[in-house]
Design a protein around this ligand. Structure first.
Ligand SMILES: NC(=O)c1ccc[n+]([C@@H]2O[C@H](COP(=O)([O-])OP(=O)(O)OC[C@H]3O[C@@H](n4cnc5c(N)ncnc54)[C@H](O)[C@@H]3O)[C@@H](O)[C@H]2O)c1
Length: 282
């Protein structure tokens, strides 16, 4: 990959929720980190937020870590000496392909190219760039500084070198990588979608209350959160979209439960609107 130990540059494209999280762990792992987005205002707000969060970590090197952050609206320029480029722009195939095409043309030929897509096909995305073998899915989880897992997704043309480089990068960022073939929902989201759906089917059938279903999974299966607590946090509209995508691609097993559809239609989306399966008074 790209550069020497001392000057390794991590380029993170997209300064939203995930881009900020990945930039934060990159800085704390010692990378010179460049955050790229469309507007300087968004970038300034993002770099302030990252600096505040790093400051709160109160390690001995926080000022040094913050000083390694730079921002840019010029993707090609930012990539020129990159060790790795990770795109975290909005979940749109054409936009991601545009970003990765520029990164592929501008970054050194041995720089890793990663996409943080939640669900889009890495194989299809790779077909849009100059060298498809360079692209790997690097699926981080939210909030990035806290969540240990990175799903490393192998497209049909991803090279073994790119997979090895992605595993190394994930570990350098303090994460545990798992490698999987490109398939809808990858591993964690696919299983989680089924758990959330089944929980709703059980609620609908009157098997147990929402609270008791949550308690059963927390105390009986050692899940840190119950399926309704987690769905309320993520948002049932987001959950329903994932299920619809899995249903369309993987079949009947993923058909969304009618009660979940009703909750979304009624606007009971979760914490973000103050009301989901549970109520969250303001
Ligand atoms: N939020 C999550 O919980 C989560 C978890 C895992 C993966 N993801 C995936 O990560 C990606 C980003 O999600 P997010 O929640 O951070 O989104 P977000 O909306 O918070 O941020 C996206 C950012 O991308 C920027 N952007 C859009 N087009 C761009 C371009 N052409 N060049 C540069 N920047 C551009 C936007 O200005 C915005 O700042 C998506 O693919 C999403 O599916 C999200």
């Amino acid at each position: 990959m790209g550069d020497t130990e001392a000057t390794r540059v991590l380029v993170v494209v997209g300064a939203g929720t995930m881009g900020q999280g990945i930039a934060q762990v990159g800085l704390l792992a010692g990378f010179e980190t460049r955050l790229v987005d469309l507007s300087l205002d968004a970038l300034e707000a993002a770099s302030d937020a990252i600096a505040r969060r790093i400051d709160r970590t109160s390690g001995p090197d926080t000022a040094v870590a913050i000083a390694r952050l730079s921002v840019s609206t010029d993707l090609a320029l930012a990539c020129r000496d990159a060790y790795a480029v990770i795109e975290t722009v909005i979940e749109s195939m054409p936009i991601k392909v545009d970003v990765l095409r520029v990164a592929c043309e501008s970054a050194p030929v041995d720089a890793l190219l990663g996409s943080n897509t939640s669900a889009l096909s890495i194989t299809e995305m790779a077909e849009g760039i100059g060298t498809p073998s360079r692209l790997v899915g690097l699926h981080f989880f939210n909030p990035v500084p806290k969540m240990q897992l990175v799903e490393v997704v192998r497209g049909t043309r991803t090279s073994a070198e790119a997979i090895a480089a992605a595993q190394t990068l994930a570990r350098e960022l303090g994460k545990e990588p798992v490698v999987l073939a490109d398939s809808p929902g990858f591993v964690a989201s696919r299983i989680n979608a089924l758990i959330g759906n089944e929980a709703f089917c059980m609620l609908e059938a009157g098997v147990a209350s929402a609270k008791d279903i949550d308690t059963a999974l927390k105390l009986g299966l050692n899940h840190p959160m119950g399926p309704f607590e987690l769905g309320d946090l993520v948002g049932w509209d987001v959950r329903l979209k994932v299920l619809e995508y899995l249903h369309a691609n993987l079949g009947e097993k993923y058909r969304p439960c009618s009660m979940m559809i009703d909750y979304v239609a009624e606007g009971r989306l979760g914490r973000k609107v103050g009301r989901g399966v549970y109520d969250y008074p303001a």
